[in-house]
Each structure stands twice: as C-alpha cells, then as structure tokens.
Design a protein around this ligand. Structure first.
Ligand code: IMP
Length: 429
C-alpha cells in the first residue's frame, strides 16, 4: 500500500484536524488540501504560538513541507494573500512553498454578496454558513460558469474581459433576485489582474505536479476540511457545505486514484459539536451544553460563533468510519471530558418509536431521532500530564475502548491538549 496518509474530519467539522495534520506532517514532503475553501478554521498551537489557518493547509507550518491547493478547493485570492502576508510577518515563508492547482475555482466578491443576501432571505431556515461565499462559488463551478485559477494565466487583457463579463452576469443576478446594487466590474477586474501577477508563479497543472506522488517518490498527506456529516452527498443535506469532505473528495479534488491514497485516518472529537443549523441527535441543551462549550472552548475559529455541543454519537461515527473506509482513528480533546461525573455515548436512535442503529442522512428523519444513550463513569485526572495510555484512569480507557468497539475501527492516538506534544499513541490498554 502507498505510504501516503489521508486525514478526514468525521463529524461536523472542528474535530481538531489542524493539530493532527501538523503532527502527521512531520514525516511528509507534501501536504494537499483537496476541497473546501476559507470556510475552514484550522487551529494549530506550536509552543506558545497559536495559528489559525482558513485556506492554507495546516501542513504549511512544518518547515520545508511543500503544499498544494488541489483542484477541488475554491480559492479566495484576498484571503490566500492575506494568509501569506500574516505568516510572513511571523517569519514563515508560506508563499514560496504553496502551489495552486489551475483547476481550482476562484471565490469572487459576488459569491459572498449572493450568499449573504440568500441567507438573510431564508431567515430561520438558513444553513448558517460561514459567509465565505463557498456555496455560490461551487454553484458556479457546477453550472460551468466559474472562473478557474488557470484563467489567471491568461494575458492581462483577456483576464480583465473575463472578470468583467462574469461580474456583469453576477450583477444581473443580484438585481433580479435580490434587487441589490451592482459590484464595480472594472475595479474588480483590476484587483484580479493584480492577484494574477502575484499568484502566477504558484499555479501548477496538478497532473504534472503530482507525478512524483503517483510514482511513490514524494510522501504525501491529503488534508480534508470540514467533516463527513457536512459532505454535500453524504452529510445532512441541505445543512452541509458544498464540497466533498469525505474520502471521495480526496480523489476528485486532486486527480489521485484510490491506489495512491494510502492510510485513511479519521479524526473524531471525544464528544460532538456542530456550528450552523441542521439535525444533531446527541445535542445537549442548557447547562450541560454550556459546560462542554466552556471546557472545550467551543467557539468557531472562522466565525467566532458558539458551537452546539453534545455527547459522542457512535451511530453517526460508525457511518463516517464505514463510508470513508477508515484504517484508524485519532481521538482529540479527550482531556476536555475530565472532571465530568457521567459521560453519555449515543449507541442508537429512536425514530418514530423504532430503535435504529444505522445512521440516516435523510434530514427530516434524522431531525426526529432521539439518541439512546449508554452511560459511562467519568474520571478526574488531568490527562494532559500523562504520557502513556496505560497510565490513564481505568474509566478513560474503558470509554476509548468502548467507542472503538462501537465504531469498529482502532483508535490509535488520543489527544490530551492543544499542543503538538499532547499526543498519546496507544499501545496496549
Ligand atoms: P459553508 O461551508 O460556509 O457553506 O457553510 C455550510 C455549513 O457548514 C454551515 O453549517 C457551516 O457552519 C458549516 N461549516 C463550514 N465550514 C466549517 C468548518 O470548517 N467547521 C465546522 N463547520 C463548518
């Protein structure tokens, strides 16, 4: 099997993939982000410093590691260049190590404007998006109307004409659907030409670029954003993001085949969170939710919104494990559960009076699901001080073992704090 690694979020995003990728990128030469855009918020703590990346792969924080934004990504050039500049100000040269697939699509200001107006119009039925224009950018891609990164390599005049044409089209939509003011097409075209000048040296044809990966000469990590339950096909539609966050995206978003993917690692938090709207069967309300939110500092890295919090949902977790074909699991934030007297795990749902152990992504139905819990004893120890899993309290080990049994995939690592070193590999126990 190929030695490459795919890292996938397996809940509703925010599982702590940033830290996991940073850690696993230690031994790789290339990290590829394959879907999503600046809606992600990957937090990595290195020593006393905290980095939050939205578009660049977390692997960029490893010195010497090269990165690729794959064709499945939607690239907001304003945010990309801002991330380059912010990292440069902290002495990290990301720009010269970042490559961008020419097949990726651009997120334009009119995408954000259209999304904002649409969400306002939907009121309580809104998706609760991150407001980064992701949905409309993917809509333009599927409608075969988008602007691709390779278009930035056209001569300046041709690029200007293309951007003006696309903006005028978006302006018509803004006027017809929302009676909204137009965007200044000429000024926007000038800005995009400016980005083209800066980004052209970074644009690659990913088929050629990935030759070394296909030939097994470059050890690679593929970094997913968001999580399986937000996948546009496999998630809780329509309360999903507009990309393929599950394993399929690793192929369509790069052009690599299943043969080249290697080990598939799923990241789960030791409990569940969700931002935005949509069903969440093991959600806690009131004081219980507040306590988890406070302990786990569960506020969105992109929007600052408080995350909805709940118990680990083993029904949804097994679904994510199966559809992605996980080889192993990294469980993050186990330390957050320390000090809780009792810890619940959802082991089945009751839907319309019937017990169900199979997950459903029929959203109406999932919205009626009541979680059936199994209760576990909590533990008090400060896990962040422990180096060996066998020294963990018996209750913690029992909790991890039970989840592994329910999900049917080995939990190889548990994380016990935000730092790079809070990473406990499991041997026996
Ligand atoms: P969008 O991706 O901005 O279109 O948002 C669609 C849904 O996905 C909303 O519920 C967002 O809150 C959620 N979402 C998007 N990106 C992330 C993420 O990185 N973490 C968690 N939720 C996300």
């Amino acid at each position: 099997m190929s030695e490459n690694i795919v890292v996938l979020g397996c809940q509703w995003g925010d599982e702590g993939k940033g830290k996991v990728v940073d850690r696993l990128a230690e031994n790789v030469e290339l990290v590829i982000r394959f879907q999503g855009g600046a809606n992600a918020g990957h937090t990595v703590r290195i020593g006393d410093e905290t980095f939050i990346l939205h578009l660049l792969p977390s692997g960029i924080l490893r010195e010497g590691v090269e990165c690729l934004l794959g064709g499945g990504v939607v690239v907001d050039p304003w945010i990309l260049c801002e991330e380059f500049d912010t990292l440069a100000a902290r002495s990290i040269d990301a720009e010269s190590r970042c490559n961008i697939s020419g097949s990726a699509h651009l997120v334009m200001p009119y995408h954000k404007r259209l999304e904002e107006l649409r969400e306002l119009g939907l009121n309580r039925k809104s998706i609760g998006t991150t407001g980064r224009g992701i949905g409309p950018a993917y809509e333009d891609k599927m409608a075969r109307m988008g602007v691709r990164v390779c278009d930035l390599t056209r001569p300046d005049d041709a690029l200007r004409r293309l951007i003006i044409e696309k903006t005028l089209r978006a302006n018509r939509l803004l006027a017809e659907r929302h009676e909204a003011a137009p965007l200044a097409s000429e000024a926007l075209a000038d800005e995009i030409v400016g980005f083209a000048h800066r980004l052209r040296p970074r644009i690659v044809s990913s088929f050629a670029f990935l030759e070394d990966v296909r030939e097994g000469r470059k050890r690679t990590l593929l970094e997913g954003a968001q999580g399986t339950l937000l996948d546009v096909d496999l998630g809780t539609f329509p309360y999903v993001t507009s990309s393929s966050c599950a394993i399929g995206g690793a192929m369509t978003g790069t052009g690599l085949s299943p043969k080249h993917l290697g080990k598939i690692v799923g990241v789960f938090k030791a409990y569940c969170t969700r931002v935005g709207n949509g069903p969440f069967p093991s959600e806690l309300h009131g004081d219980g939710a507040e306590e988890l939110r406070k302990r786990g500092k569960e506020f969105g890295a992109t929007t600052g919104r408080p995350r909805r919090c709940g118990w680990f949902d083993a029904v949804a977790a097994r679904y994510a494990a199966e559809v992605n074909g996980l080889d192993e699991i990294v469980m993050t934030k186990l330390d957050v559960l320390s000090g809780m007297e009792k810890i619940d795990v959802a082991v089945a749902y009751e839907i319309d009076g019937e017990r169900r152990e199979m997950f459903t992504n029929w959203t109406e139905e999932l919205g009626r699901a009541q979680a059936i819990y199994e209760q576990h004893d909590g533990w008090d120890a400060d896990l962040s001080k422990l180096e060996n899993f066998k020294d963990f309290p018996a209750e913690t080990r029992a909790y991890v073992r039970r989840i592994e049994e329910l999900v049917r995939v080995p939990i190889r690592v548990v994380c016990t704090g935000p730092g790079r070193d809070r990473w406990v590999e499991r041997s026996a126990g």
